[in-house]
Design a protein around this ligand. Structure first.
Ligand code: CAA
Length: 261
């Protein structure tokens, strides 16, 4: 495990095989400007490439996870620039991260903040978290996946409700709706995220990456194609040392010693 680089808008800490990335612009509620995009995607890629890191936590400093794309930066953005530069497309670099990402949503997750949380693999929320797609209040619409990932996560009825009214939903409603995996006490959010990350990190990295790949394929393919894809990945998993070790450990009633090979 190497020492993480330092960044302008985020804090990055490596400990016990877990990289924790903290959005750190609390004065602007961690609004996502272009530097944040560069920093978060670079830090996530670096953690993904580091052999000592097995899971990534993404959270925010202060009372927000992120209150959206930076409205001040966007207020002078015109169509031609946004189109030519394919504004927001850079966030898709997070899709290339193969290690599990856990979003620990500590407060406001609005607009791009909600969309960023939805790019994670496991989403847990503090009881103080608030989710929403308030872009409609600014005369625009979600641009980092809100209309797509939110609809897949919670269905058309709720996604339309949130995107058309711009209202916020609390953590309890987010869990009930299927957006969030777990709601935890605010003060134990990071502890819970670390505990989930440690559990995930204790598995074979090949198996966890395959799980991530297979679940994500479910969003991209018809069922039969997805089932065939999953089956092939399962067949491939039989070629790993971790499969031999995992099954031998079960039979021998001991803990597996995975080597990511
Ligand atoms: N961009 C830039 N600055 C922001 C911001 C944002 N998205 N959200 C909050 N801030 C800034 C505020 O301007 C304020 O800065 P100043 O102290 O310099 O005035 C500071 O953060 C604190 O914010 P508030 O005083 O507003 O805090 P509050 O507790 O009263 O309200 C809030 C909190 C309800 C979240 C409110 O800040 C808010 O509505 N923020 C905007 C939410 C939003 O519309 N998000 C969508 C952005 S567009 C988008 O994300 C597009 C996309 O799909 C990618």
């Amino acid at each position: 495990m190497s020492t993480p680089a330092t960044y302008e808008t985020i804090l990055v800490e490596y400990a016990d095989g877990i990289a924790t990335i903290t959005l750190n612009r609390p004065d602007s509620l961690n609004a996502l400007n272009l530097t944040v995009l560069e920093d978060v995607t670079a830090a996530a890629s670096a953690a993904d490439a580091d052999d000592g890191i097995r899971a990534i936590i993404l959270t925010g400093a202060g009372k927000a996870f992120a209150a959206g794309a930076d409205i001040k930066q966007m207020s002078s953005l015109d169509f031609a620039t946004a189109y030519r530069k394919n504004w927001f497309a850079g966030w898709s670099r997070l899709d290339d991260v193969s290690k599990p990402i856990i979003a620990a949503v500590n407060g406001f997750a609005l607009g791009g903040g909600c969309e960023l949380a939805m790019m994670a693999d496991i989403l847990i929320a503090s009881e103080k978290a608030k989710f929403g797609q308030p872009e409609i209040n600014l005369g625009v619409l979600p641009g980092m996946g809100g209309s797509q990932r939110l609809t897949r996560a919670i269905g058309k009825a709720k996604a339309m409700d949130l995107c058309l009214t711009g209202r916020m939903m609390d953590a309890e409603e987010a869990e009930r709706s299927g957006l969030v995996a777990r709601v935890v006490a605010h003060d134990s959010l990071i502890e819970e995220a670390e505990s989930i990350a440690a559990t995930v990190a204790s598995k074979s990295l090949i198996a966890s990456s395959m799980v991530k790949e297979a679940v994500n394929v479910a969003f991209e393919t018809p069922l039969q194609q997805g089932l065939a894809y999953e089956r092939r990945l399962f067949h491939a998993s039989l070629a790993t040392n971790d499969q031999s070790e995992g099954m031998a450990a079960f039979v021998e009633k001991r803990k597996p010693d995975f080597t990511d090979s």
